[in-house]
Write a protein that binds this ligand. Structure first.
Ligand code: ADP
Ligand code: MG
Length: 310
């Protein structure tokens, strides 16, 4: 990796994929994933996330376009490209007759990692599977298998780790452990790419987020900017008496009676502010006893963007 100019971790240009049978899964994907980040690739089911990742992994052949990994073109330099990336696939596939330890040793052998540089036990410890080192893979739970796949993806110490829907089938506590490990790897300099449909997770973890839909990139921005795009704000107002009919006001986008004394009001932050909304409630003769606001989150942006692209 000496004479490679400092550049993107992953660069994807005009990538298309038409599956046998005619399904156009990717319709010209362009993405630049910076080095050193945690990058989230989001999109509804069938958007083309796994297809993109599987092309990078060399598991699916692209129809046209190009991709490079750590500066290595996947066609011109497939070996270096492959060595630069570790991929945790969405589908769990294992040889059930190997133990986790053997699985990692085999994988290290496949990548030509010399015996004295293998770190199988260290990796098993990192994913909390050291006590399962010698159990058969088929006896592991879904979450354990997922974690073993993460360890397997790291045997050759690639600078990029890609996780395709890593938390599917993983319980909350193990999810936390998995993310702690991912953050640790990132702190050590590993670029992380993950797909997820848990938006809060992406919001919390990712420095940058790309959203794809119908095989196209709809947006690709720093997470903070993306969240700032959300225009809808919600304020929940509790008043001092039962409400017969919810008040209305031009500043309200939507108003709902959550219970007898609570109004949930949505407003657009480019057209109104919380002060106007609260004054409108008071003007209706109601005294406010409590106010709770909810900031727009990624889910709002995601829904708006994917709906707009339909
Ligand atoms: P995502 O991971 O975002 O859910 P995928 O990349 O798995 O989306 O799928 C994108 C589209 O391509 C979907 O419409 C899916 O049904 C289709 N697809 C995926 N794999 C194949 C395949 N092997 N053969 C035909 N169509 C496929
Ligand atoms: Mg997928």
């Amino acid at each position: 990796m000496t004479d490679q100019p400092a550049q993107a971790a992953i660069e994807i240009r005009d990538l298309t994929k038409v599956y046998k049978g005619g399904k156009r899964a990717l319709d010209g994907i362009n993405l630049t994933i910076p080095r050193g980040q945690i990058y989230g690739l989001l999109g509804p089911n069938g958007a083309g996330k796994s297809t993109t990742i599987n092309i990078l992994a060399g598991l699916v052949n692209k129809t046209s376009g190009s991709a490079s990994i750590w500066g290595f073109d996947i066609d011109a330099n497939p070996r270096n490209a492959k060595n630069s990336i570790g991929i945790v696939p969405q589908e769990i596939v294992f040889d059930p007759f190997f133990t986790p330890f053997e699985t990692l040793e085999n994988q290290a052998g496949y990548y030509g990692v010399p015996k004295d540089r293998r770190r199988s036990m260290e990796l098993l410890r990192a994913v909390h599977l050291e006590d399962k080192a010698n159990a058969y893979a088929r006896t592991l739970s879904g979450g354990m298998k997922r974690r073993l796949l993460v360890a397997k993806a790291m045997v050759h110490s690639p600078p990029i780790l890609v996780l395709d829907e890593p938390t599917a089938g993983v319980d909350v506590q193990l999810r936390q452990q998995l993310w702690a490990y991912v953050k640790e790897l990132n702190a050590m300099g590993v670029t992380i790419v993950l797909t997820t449909h848990y938006l809060e997770e992406a919001e919390e973890l990712c420095d940058r987020i790309g959203i794809i839909n119908h095989g196209r990139v709809i947006t690709d921005k720093p997470t903070r900017e993306l969240i700032a795009m959300a225009q809808e704000k919600v304020v929940q107002v509790t008043v001092d008496r039962d409400i017969a009919t919810p008040p209305s006001d031009p500043s309200f986008e939507k108003v709902e009676l959550t219970d007898e004394r609570t109004l949930t009001i949505t407003y657009m932050k480019n057209r109104a502010n919380a002060g106007q909304v609260l004054s409108a409630v008071q003007a209706g003769g109601l005294a406010i006893v409590d106010v709770v606001t909810r900031d727009p989150d990624l889910e709002d942006v995601f829904l708006n963007l994917t709906a707009a692209a339909e």
